[in-house]
Design a protein around this ligand. Structure first.
Ligand SMILES: Cc1ncc(COP(=O)(O)O)c(C=O)c1O
Length: 444
């Protein structure tokens, strides 16, 4: 376990990282970008140690993945043990119990107490693709509806579902057909004001599906209950339940993409739990397995079981090492009450970011839930003009101070915080001190 302390021994990135970056340019496809070119050699809890010996505070968890913290002892032990036993057989050839155990846990923990089934995959995108396959198969309908600002992955179908062109879709088309996009309930930018957002957005969404798609052609509505890459957009109370009710009325399946928001991140097991929304299908990945690649679709038994035998699967889906990591991660979440810890982290983040909001007109809004919190940066509070340049400058300043942060948003102007839930209050406050300095420096 690395001492949970920020330490800077060189400028960041240091010479060893810069040398690796040179090798990367010569060896790795240019399309694979690296946000912050520090090469990590070790990580635990809320600290990443780089090749130069710098210790950086991690506020990104590798994009919401290491929710239980890097080097979580339960995960390390479970993975080590599993690697010793066996690493792969392919569940579709000769199965093993940990795959079944992960599915049992998913069926128990995801929203709703109806009978469920799960299937395991490798990535979030693969889970979303499979959820759409299952929804189409079960309903016999072709169309799928997704939202503005939504992000669902980089495969052909999930690019079609994803809203933002650059960098995710640009020149990668043509995209999968029968995908329709509707407006997202985005209170901060709702034209007639946040107070009208839930009702008007719901009316617009249902009206567009009715007039442009036809309910009877629509297999599923795919939504992130809190949008991730799109800017941590939290829909107003009432919007998600409204969408869920309307879908049920029309036999349209609701797919909640909880790849980023799931597994305690928002202070509940799943973001849907906050308003008691029960989707027909839930996609999960990222935080599920402490950094091992694992993803899942969980849903109503009759929907999931509609697919013929052999219709779902993949060579690596539900790999035993990833399953062992998932079971250990879930145990940590249960035993250490990580949902409660996410709420505590949220209180610290809201309090500290609220101070910045009060001080700077360029902080347009602080929003989120639990340990999934963002600050939207604008040129000024009046125009709300997105300020991507400021977000990039603040990220750079944070980085130089040894704090790893992430930006997001359709306009690239949202600063997001996704710390591992194992981070201490002390480190979190130190990171917020650095952020305050970074904002001041970026605006100087
Ligand atoms: C909500 C959501 N869905 C799907 C994905 C795609 O996941 P992956 O990168 O594992 O394919 C992401 C990744 O950021 C995501 O945030």
């Amino acid at each position: 376990m690395i001492e949970q302390k920020r330490v800077l021994v060189t400028s960041v990135p240091g010479p060893a990282s810069l040398e690796m970056a040179r090798r990367k340019t010569a060896a790795v496809a240019a399309g694979v970008g690296t946000g912050m070119p520090v090469y990590v050699v070790e990580a635990s809890g809320g600290i990443l140690r780089d090749a130069d010996g710098n210790q950086l505070i991690d506020l990104g968890s590798g994009i919401a993945v290491t929710t239980v913290g890097n080097g979580n002892p339960r995960v390390v032990e479970a993975v080590t043990e599993q690697v010793r036993q066996f690493t792969h057989t392919c569940f579709m050839v000769t199965p093993y119990d940990k795959y079944v155990a992960v599915c049992e846990k998913l069926n128990e923990l995801t929203p709703g107490d109806h009978e469920k089934r799960s299937a395991l995959f490798n990535s979030g995108a693969e889970a979303v693709e499979n959820a759409v396959k299952i929804a189409r198969h079960a309903t016999g309908r072709p169309a799928v509806v997704a939202f503005e600002h939504g992000y669902h992955g980089r495969t052909n179908l999930t690019m079609a579902l994803t809203s933002k062109n650059m960098p995710y879709k640009h020149r990668f088309g043509p995209f999968a057909p029968e995908v329709y996009r509707v407006p997202m309930a985005y209170p901060y930018r709702w034209p007639t004001g946040a107070e009208n957002c839930a009702e008007e957005a719901l009316r617009t969404v249902t009206d567009m599906i009715h007039t442009q798609v036809g309910e009877e052609n629509c297999a599923a509505v795919v939504i992130e209950p809190i949008q991730g890459e799109g800017g941590f957009i939290v829909p107003p109370e009432g919007f998600l339940p409204g969408v869920a009710d309307w879908c049920r009325e029309h036999g349209i399946l609701l797919i909640a993409d909880e790849v980023q928001s799931g597994f305690c991140r928002t202070g509940d097991w799943f973001a849907c739990d906050h308003e008691g929304v029960v989707p027909d299908l839930v996609t999960t990945a990222k935080g599920i397995a402490g950094g091992m690649p694992l993803a899942a679709v969980t849903g109503r038994a009759e929907v999931m079981d509609a697919v013929h035998v052999g219709g779902l699967g993949g060579t690596y889906g539900g790999n035993p090492v990833a399953c062992a990591a998932a079971l250990a991660s879930i145990e940590s979440m249960e035993q250490d009450d990580l949902a409660g810890r996410a709420r505590e982290i949220g209180e610290v983040l809201f309090e500290r970011l609220g101070r910045l909001d009060a001080e700077y007109d360029q902080v347009g809004e602080v929003r989120g839930r639990g340990a999934m919190v963002a600050m939207e940066l604008v040129t000024d509070g009046g125009s709300k003009e997105p300020n991507a340049a400021l977000a990039a400058a603040v990220a750079r300043e944070c980085f130089q101070r040894g704090v790893v942060t992430l930006t997001c948003g359709t306009y690239g102007n949202v600063f997001r915080f996704l710390p591992p839930l194992s981070i201490s209050d002390e480190l979190l406050h130190e990171a917020m001190d650095m952020l305050e300095e970074a904002v001041a420096a970026a605006l100087a």
